[in-house]
Design a protein around this ligand. Structure first.
Ligand code: HEM
Length: 405
């Protein structure tokens, strides 16, 4: 008897249609269940719909605006300041720190002591969760990683999530007693979950993993896009105009982020498993149990949609109507990224007001400091990861670069 089959789709239109199929469920994070069991991206059908509906309430334009214009700029300056003083930085660590500080606010992870040591502890835990969630791509000893991640999750619970839960439960009790208004509650995922834990039948360990998932989903993808976009901007020393234009025009820098994310999606594939028989747009049929790999790298470079130069970094490229600049890198259908607008911004609205997204805001601040690859310490690709992450990317800040007025 033959087992489940593996199907693959790699053209843009078929891939997009596949991601929108209701009877294909998430399968990418099965190996990473130590942090990913029962989190939003792993839910299916009505369970997913109900939790997504609830969490969607946070991800609205007014929240994005508050993050981009009020909350995030001081986080970026404070995180960059000591590095700017030293005249150098290591971008992989720096980008994860800055994006973690933001993701902690979105997820609802307090740092009760507010010390640098506490932030380092959170950072170490988050880096373990990233390893845990991406176990499917890990080339080394997976069992050892699982054990380390489980220990980090227990420590994260005691040091961060428990105190964050207790503070929010006290506020919710005050709300019930009528001593505070709902608008005084923190605007974060943990508060939303605690307020509705009974409706959704959420156990404590699910709340813990969902909070952990938001921390890593928000931080890691954005940090990776940040470093990769910078690398594209400096890749050709004979083309300094690219970097200059990115420094002068935030809307162009935003397109550079989108183009980077198209060429290098945070996960090179999406993976789904059929729960019922599904006919894909190219005629392939997935029977229950069959796995469908959506090759996002290939779909995002499909010449039928992105043209002959689809492999080139060209932030000014013209696209057919209805095709986003980032291709399928934020997903499509029910699981499409909830944080997309927060991370990558949108188009200008009817009044010309333009949110460019947090990755662009952070890059803008980096370019303003005159960041250049460190000529003495070349960047290194992480040998343990099949996803092609940098393990270090040293930069120096050139004080002669004039600030943009
Ligand atoms: C450049 C940045 C980002 C990229 C490239 C990215 C990419 C993605 C992709 C591809 C998916 C769909 C996964 C699938 O269909 O299997 C996704 C889902 C998700 N993302 Fe993002 N993401 C980014 C930033 C963020 C941020 C900032 C947050 C949180 C604030 C976030 C939270 C989520 C969540 C919660 C889901 C699951 C949605 C669901 O299953 O309904 N992401 N993301």
């Amino acid at each position: 008897m033959s087992g489940p089959r593996q199907l693959t789709v790699d053209s843009f239109l078929v891939a997009r249609d596949t991601l929108r199929q209701r009877h294909l469920r998430q399968a990418l994070y099965d190996a990473g269940d130590v942090v990913m069991a029962d989190v939003l991206v792993n839910l299916h059908g009505s369970e997913h719909r109900d939790r997504r509906r609830l969490e969607n309430r946070l991800f609205r334009r007014d929240t994005h605006e508050r993050y981009e214009r009020e909350l995030f700029p001081p986080i970026v300056s404070e995180t960059f300041a000591p590095h700017a003083l030293r005249g150098r930085a290591e971008l992989v660590g720096l980008s994860h720190h800055v994006m973690m500080n933001l993701a902690a606010a979105t997820a609802g992870v307090d740092r009760p002591h507010g010390t640098p040591e506490e932030t380092e502890r959170l950072y170490r835990a988050m880096m373990q969760f990233i390893e845990g969630a991406t176990l499917a791509h890990h080339r080394g000893d997976r069992a050892a990683v699982r054990d380390r991640v489980a220990a980090a999750l227990a420590e994260f619970d005691a040091a961060f999530v428990r105190p964050s839960v207790d503070r929010r439960l006290a506020l919710l009790a005050e709300l019930d007693a009528g001593t505070i208004e709902a608008s005084e509650l923190p605007a974060d995922v943990l508060t939303v979950l605690l307020r509705h834990a009974d409706e959704l039948h959420l156990a404590d360990d699910v709340v813990l993993r969902e909070t952990c998932f938001y921390l890593l989903a928000g931080a890691h993808t954005s940090a990776t896009a940040f470093v990769r976009t910078f690398d594209h901007l400096v890749a050709d020393p004979d083309d300094p105009e690219l970097l200059e234009r990115a420094r002068r025009e935030p809307a162009f820098l935003q397109r550079c982020v989108h183009e980077t994310v198209r060429l290098q999606p945070s996960s090179p594939i999406a993976l789904r498993r059929a729960v019922e028989r599904v006919e894909l747009a190219d005629g392939q049929v997935a029977e229950p149990g069959d796995e469908v790999t959506v090759d996002l790298v290939a779909a995002n470079r499909d010449p039928a949609v992105f043209g002959d130069g689809a492999d080139r970094f060209d932030p000014d490229r013209q696209l057919p109507d209805g095709v986003p600049r980032w291709g399928l890198s934020f997903g499509s259908g029910a699981h499409a990224c909830i944080g997309q607008d927060l991370a990558a911004g949108g188009a200008p609205d009817a009044d010309g007001d333009h949110l460019v997204g947090l990755v662009t805001v952070a890059l803008d601040a980096l370019l303003e400091l005159g960041a250049r690859p460190d000529p003495e310490r070349p960047a290194v690709v992480d040998p343990a990861s099949a996803r092609g992450y940098w393990s270090s990317y040293p930069v120096v800040f050139d004080p002669t670069v004039p600030t943009v007025p």
